[in-house]
Design a protein around this ligand. Structure first.
Ligand SMILES: CC(C)(COP(=O)(O)OP(=O)(O)OC[C@H]1O[C@@H](n2cnc3c(N)ncnc32)[C@H](O)[C@@H]1OP(=O)(O)O)[C@@H](O)C(=O)NCCC(=O)NCCS
Length: 186
């Protein structure tokens, strides 16, 4: 499957409470199979929407991929128990998969995690979830495959002055873009 750069007009930024409705719509529009993959089990549309409504303000970080100003993908970074460990999760709208949105969201979250002092990122999915396995591989994670579930771990190096600077600049653009409604190309 192709996967180079996200299309022109794509912008990845942090999501705020003002984005809640867009996040709920994205989760509501996931087909049952995608919901099953995202939550690793059967979840109703209403449950997915209720989860999405809380996701913007839940502990951790949530980022979105916008194409021409519309939210098409969401990546979440959530604490995973012990300090220095966190978990990644993704949901990309079905018509926008295979275009690099998942990879762009993952790279953004890995950078934030690294700069926040996280040393290990966990990615979990069902064994049959080929796109998520490919995404974990693309991000550089190491696999420990189980029978039903795949668990991959991405080891992060400590932050550098450059990685901190680069994330700081990105955050400034996030705030400006969210405030102005301008969506520069990724
Ligand atoms: C998993 C998911 C987030 C991937 O998002 P995406 O935007 O399509 O990912 P990308 O376009 O960045 O592609 C990432 C990798 O997956 C591969 N991929 C994408 N769709 C694929 C498919 N249908 N079959 C096989 N590989 C696929 C890409 O080729 C790429 O691999 P590469 O770098 O080796 O080329 C998306 O499929 C999704 O939202 N699925 C439903 C929810 C889910 O399963 N979440 C994961 C569990 S938290």
């Amino acid at each position: 499957m192709q996967n180079s750069h996200p299309p022109a007009g794509t912008w990845v930024r942090r999501l705020w409470s003002a984005d809640r409705d867009a996040v709920v719509t994205l989760f509501r529009n996931l087909d049952p199979g995608s919901r099953f993959d995202r939550f690793m089990g059967a979840v109703s549309e209403a449950t997915a929407a209720a989860y999405a409504a809380r996701a913007v303000s839940a502990e951790g970080l949530i980022v979105g991929a916008f194409i021409d100003g519309r939210l098409r993908g969401v990546g979440e970074l959530r604490p995973a128990g012990s300090s220095g460990e966190a978990e990644l999760a993704f949901a990309v709208a079905s018509g926008h998969r295979g275009r690099g949105l998942g990879a762009a969201l993952g790279a953004r979250l890995a950078q934030a995690a690294r700069n926040g002092g996280t040393s290990r990122l966990h990615l979990r999915c069902l064994a049959g979830n080929r796109p998520m396995r490919a995404l974990a591989r693309r991000l550089g994670a190491e696999f420990a495959t189980g029978s039903r579930e795949v668990h991959a771990v991405l080891a992060l190096s400590p932050p550098t002055a450059f990685s901190l600077w680069s994330e700081g600049v990105g955050s400034l653009f996030d705030v400006a873009a969210a405030a102005s409604g301008a969506w520069p190309t990724l």
